[in-house]
Design a protein. Structure first.
Length: 335
């Protein structure tokens, strides 16, 4: 039994290499979407993933028990790699589940790749990302790698080589034990620490500030990982085109019910591994592309608007009502 749940079982495939310490495990986070999980598992099998830690969150309601049980049945049926299934008796929610699960896996392994149960990938994704993890493991400028990108945030001069940006990713990503340190701090704390160092919290999108303000209420996690990147001045490696797609934009989703312009073009084959991995330097267009895609820093109100607000705040309510009637063309004595 693990502290965070119950290990339902583990199976090992027949190869002698499966489960070796040098191989990067996949942490797979599931809830109550078995129809999506089937496709995710098919991708992991096609990628010959050797080791999975599956975290099955408990149902929120009695009505969801059946679909959670079906998810666990699918996980128990995996016989093509070594798998440990953590069946949580309670519902932790996405944010807490991922923070606890990733920390648990990284207490046992130096690095991890993270999938959720509504993400699919092309063949070669596991090999590509684990090669990136191996190459940048000791480069302190790099905190994570990802298999996802999008034309809206991919510089136009990127062709077949990966590139770096300062905004981390939450759709199929990998990191190391040392890079996860600091994730016990919430997003607002990390954002404030960024501001104390002179780092603009809006630099990679206004959505980050909004998410930091609602992180605990919504039980999300990725915004603190992004601000941890900003605080440390660290980078995320992205592929030249997306190897991953989110298939969970539907009414059953907890946090993503509509694509809102973020569905990718049809996935292309995985690019070949670079003969020479790029130096860990952010692409010069990455920050501006993120700010455009996710919303830039709001403009401060003009002097005229600030003056109008100040004057209105100083006037008695009766004077304001009379002013509004005059603007509307009504007699000032009309009620």
């Amino acid at each position: 039994m693990w502290v965070c749940g119950i290990v339902l079982g583990a199976t090992v495939n027949g190869t002698s290499s499966c489960g070796m310490r040098s191989q990067v495990p996949v942490a797979l986070f599931t809830y109550a979407r078995p129809h999506h999980l089937v496709r995710t598992l098919e991708c992991l099998r096609a990628n010959r993933v050797p080791r999975i830690y599956a975290f099955s969150d408990g149902p929120k309601t009695a009505e969801q028990r059946a679909t959670v049980d079906e998810v666990r049945r699918l996980l128990r049926a995996v016989d093509w790699c070594e798998i440990s299934i953590v069946a949580r008796p309670e519902n932790l929610g996405l944010g807490e589940s991922i923070r606890a699960g990733v920390a648990d896996v990284l207490s046992r392994h130096e690095s991890v790749l993270v999938f959720e149960d509504d993400l699919i990938c092309v063949d070669g994704t596991y090999a590509y990302l684990t090669a990136a993890l191996a190459h940048y493991e000791h480069d302190t400028r790099v905190m994570s790698v990802t298999g996802w990108t999008h034309p809206r945030i991919t510089p136009r001069d990127v062709t077949d080589q990966p590139f770096f940006d300062g905004r981390a990713e939450c759709l199929v990503w990998g990191t190391w034990r040392h890079a996860w340190e600091g994730m016990e701090q919430d997003a607002l704390t990390l954002m404030q620490r960024c501001q104390q160092k002179g780092i603009d919290p809006y630099a990679y999108g206004a959505d980050l500030v909004q998410m930091a303000q609602t992180e605990r209420e919504r039980n999300i996690w990725a915004v603190r990982f992004i601000y941890l990147h900003l605080l440390n001045g660290s980078l995320c490696l992205r592929p030249p085109h997306s190897l991953v797609e989110h298939i969970g934009f539907d009414a059953d989703a907890t946090n993503a019910v509509a694509a809102n312009g973020w569905a990718n073009p049809p996935l292309r084959p995985c690019p070949p591994l670079p003969t020479a991995w790029p130096d860990a330097v952010e692409h010069p267009q990455a920050q501006s592309l993120a700010a455009t895609a996710f919303g830039g820093k709001p403009e401060p109100p003009s002097f005229r608007l600030r003056l109008r607000s100040t004057v209105r705040g100083a006037l008695p309510p009766s004077v304001l009502r009379a002013y509004r009637r005059l603007r509307a063309g009504q007699p000032t004595g009309q009620s």
